[in-house]
Design a protein around this ligand. Structure first.
Ligand SMILES: *[C@@H]1O[C@H](CO)[C@@H](O)[C@H](O)[C@H]1NC(C)=O
Ligand SMILES: *[C@@H]1O[C@H](CO)[C@@H](O)[C@H](O)[C@H]1NC(C)=O
Length: 703
């Protein structure tokens, strides 16, 4: 006889089991994740850095190398790639060429649509890779060496990640970092509606959001940390290549996880990626007048006459110290999250969406938050305002412009009109911005600023990564995040946590809110498509998210122009290198002392070739080596270490003579022993060709 009651119990348990299995299987996606890193250091000497627009800020050596760090996420159906690059920003042509490299190798597995390249925004690396005139002006046009280093290094990091795919779990966690950032345009921020500001305790985002990748052996193989801060701890007087505060935070995190590895080596990849950092400064002692030490004027960031320039600094005693302190604060917070091992596990599918937008032709509907009236607003042709030329408190401009300028000047307008004259419609469209450069009308010798921009979102489960093509201010970023999460929910999709991936794919300067725009600080003056730049982006990112939830495919949008064949390049290549008679390349001109103590700095000077002859990617120009008991030598530091720096100097242009001075600050953890410094380089022979050379100091003792 059948026991009905027992059978129904069994059935019940069975059904329950099936539904639990179904639930988990329909929810939990098994990810495969790959991480990879590659050196993408640009020419370290003779090329102007990108960021402060300071012609005199030409590189003369390396403090910290540039790396590209790639993460590939695959759910078995779709694949998405996020890359953070130690560079001023990303450029359209760089991404285009990286995708081309990947497509030659892997077909259509990778495309413009599923790859995000985000620039860290360091201001201390070589420029000349953007292909739009305004952005390549200070580097005297296009610099192929910078461009090629980026394309090669970024592609290499993705290829390494591709070859490293493993089953992994992905977690999301967050922590506040209270003492690493301040708002550098508080007067603009304060013009945002009071009720909106009341939703936040701070005028910058203090949250560090961490994505952690854990493999099946429970080893953490990578982490992406998004934190909004300008990498401008190194100021506009710095001439060493540096990845600045966020780059050094990556180095610290990687050194901690990859114990015993040299910098840029080791399996764990750790990123501190840029976010909505538009108005966020790391110089937390705030702006002061250079000569008096008194605070600057709040609205204009200017100083009384005779008081010098207004710039911000701190928290350290000099820019190196400040970089180290901010980096250490970021690293410590990220490391704490990694070690806690908590957070929310991501479980949903991987997805992506991308569309180009012609900003000057775009329209959006705008509801005024005060009057609550709705109207249709439009994008403007690119233009930069007077306050753009004032620079910021992280790096003031060269001329006597001040921030917060809403009136123009007849003489500058004549200069402006000589370059490109704005129409009455441009002036009205951009108001209240007084136009200093009508970049949208300047096409000689080629486009000055972009008009067609990429917009893109990646999702990994409930995390959405909004790749934005510029520097969104704190409040702009918050509005984009909420527009995307609202769009998802209203389209019937999941509740999302959204992060802003700043300076992604293309560079289009700043994006301030319409209210901040009215104040015309540097960020507002550099919001190039007019007061409703953000309004258009809010609509666009909402549209992307809705389309993604509804499985709609969007048209690709118009293509950005191909500007490669129009590029002007006034940078000269290395002509030749020479050495004094009887003293070959690599000869040590100044030897180290016989012995040192910890805390001392070792100096050595070599007869050298131009470092631009070979950028030594994934290698080094210098090793600090320690002698082992068996007579062999172990490398303890390279040119990528914080403790080392090298400075190249042309001694004679006519004879092509140059020197490199290498410096090694002996850290507290360096063990006593016998050491030497080796130099590796290439020289350009006067009759053509580039040839390697090496050199070594005599040995010295660390006591
Ligand atoms: C840059 O930092 C150095 C200290 O490292 C300081 O002497 C100099 O005044 C700073 N300059 C600017 C413009 O911030
Ligand atoms: C979109 O596609 C996914 C996976 O194919 C499916 O689960 C979902 O129901 C679709 N959504 C809509 C709105 O069609």
């Amino acid at each position: 006889m059948i026991d009905i009651q027992r059978l129904s119990w069994i059935c019940c348990v069975y059904v329950l089991l099936i539904s639990v299995t179904m639930l988990t299987s329909s929810r939990a996606v098994a990810y495969r994740v790959g991480v990879g890193r590659a050196d993408c250091t640009g020419p370290p000497v003779e090329i102007t850095f990108m960021g402060y627009a300071q012609l005199s800020q030409r590189g003369y050596g390396i403090h910290l190398r540039q790396f590209s760090r790639a993460f590939i996420f695959d759910d078995g159906v779709k694949r998405a790639v996020f890359v953070s690059v130690d560079a001023g920003m990303m450029a359209h042509a760089v991404k285009r060429d990286v995708v081309a490299v990947l497509q030659r190798k892997y077909g259509d597995l990778y495309s413009v649509d599923n790859v995000v390249l985000s620039g860290s925004h360091t201001h201390s690396t070589a420029g000349g890779f953007l292909m739009y005139l305004l952005y390549d002006m200070t580097s005297l046009g296009f610099v192929a060496e910078t461009f090629n280093s980026l394309v090669r290094g970024i592609a290499q990091s993705i290829i390494r990640a591709h070859n490293n795919m493993v089953e992994a779990d992905v977690y999301l966690a967050e922590i506040d970092v209270l003492d690493a950032s301040i708002n550098r345009s508080p007067s603009a921020y304060d013009n945002n509606p009071a009720e909106e500001r009341a939703q936040y305790t701070e005028n910058v985002d203090k949250k560090l959001v961490q994505l952690r990748v854990v493999d099946k052996r429970n080893a953490v193989i990578g982490a992406i940390n998004w934190f909004a801060v300008h990498p401008t701890s190194m100021n506009n007087t710095n001439r060493y290549v540096s990845s600045d505060n966020v780059g050094y935070a990556s180095v610290l995190l990687e050194q901690d996880q990859n114990k015993g590895s040299l910098i840029g080596k080791g399996d764990f990849v750790g990123v501190f990626a840029s976010s909505n950092l538009g108005d966020v400064s790391p110089n937390i002692m705030g702006p002061r007048c250079e000569r008096t030490g008194l605070p600057c004027d709040l609205l204009t960031s200017s100083c009384p006459s005779g008081a010098g320039a207004c710039f911000a600094s701190g928290p350290g005693k000099d820019m190196y110290d400040s970089t180290k302190i901010i980096a250490t604060r970021l690293y410590t917070a990220a490391s704490q999250l990694l070690n806690q091992g908590g957070g929310r596990r991501l479980t949903g599918p991987v997805n992506f969406i991308h569309q180009y937008v012609d900003m000057p032709r775009a329209e959006a509907s705008y509801r005024n938050p005060i009057t609550r009236e709705s109207q249709t607003v439009r994008g403007c042709l690119p233009a930069m305002g007077y306050s753009f030329a004032a620079g910021t408190t992280d790096g003031p401009g060269a001329f006597d412009f001040t921030q917060g300028t809403v009136t123009d000047n007849a003489l500058w307008n004549i200069v402006r009109d000589f370059i490109a004259e704005p129409t009455a419609d441009d002036i009205e469209c951009q108001a209240p911005k007084p136009i200093l450069l009508a970049t949208g009308r300047a096409t000689f010798p080629y486009d000055w600023q972009p008009k067609i921009v990429p917009t893109q979102i990646l999702t990994i489960g409930n995390l959405a990564i909004a790749a934005v093509p510029g520097e969104f201010t704190t409040m702009s970023g918050r509005r984009v995040r909420s527009a995307i999460s609202q769009a998802s929910v209203s389209a019937g999709g999941p509740e999302l946590q959204v992060v802003i991936a700043g300076l992604s794919n293309m560079y289009t300067s700043y994006v301030a809110t319409p209210e901040e725009y009215e104040i015309q600080r540097y960020e507002g003056a550099s919001t190039m498509f007019g007061p409703h730049t953000l309004t258009i982006y809010l609509q666009q990112y909402g549209k992307l998210m809705r389309a993604m939830v509804n499985n709609e495919s969007l048209d690709a949008g118009p293509s950005p122009p191909h500007l490669d064949d129009k590029q002007i390049s006034l940078t000269t290549g290395v002509i030749f290198d020479g050495h004094p008679i009887g003293r070959e390349f690599g000869t040590v001109r100044v030897q180290p002392l016989n012995s040192y103590e910890r805390g001392d700095t070792v100096f050595a000077t070599f007869i050298a070739g131009n470092p631009r002859n070979n950028l030594m990617h994934d290698r080094t120009f210098f090793n600090v080596e320690q002698k082992q008991p068996d007579g062999s030598w172990t490398v303890v530091a390279t040119d990528a270490n914080w403790e080392t720096k090298f400075k190249w100097e042309r001694q004679s242009t006519i004879l092509g003579l140059s020197d490199i001075e290498f410096a090694w600050e002996i850290g507290r953890d360096v063990v006593s022993g016998t050491y030497r410094i080796r130099h590796f380089g290439y020289y350009r022979f006067i009759l053509g060709g580039v040839f390697p050379y090496t050199g070594s100091t005599r040995t010295f003792i660390v006591e």
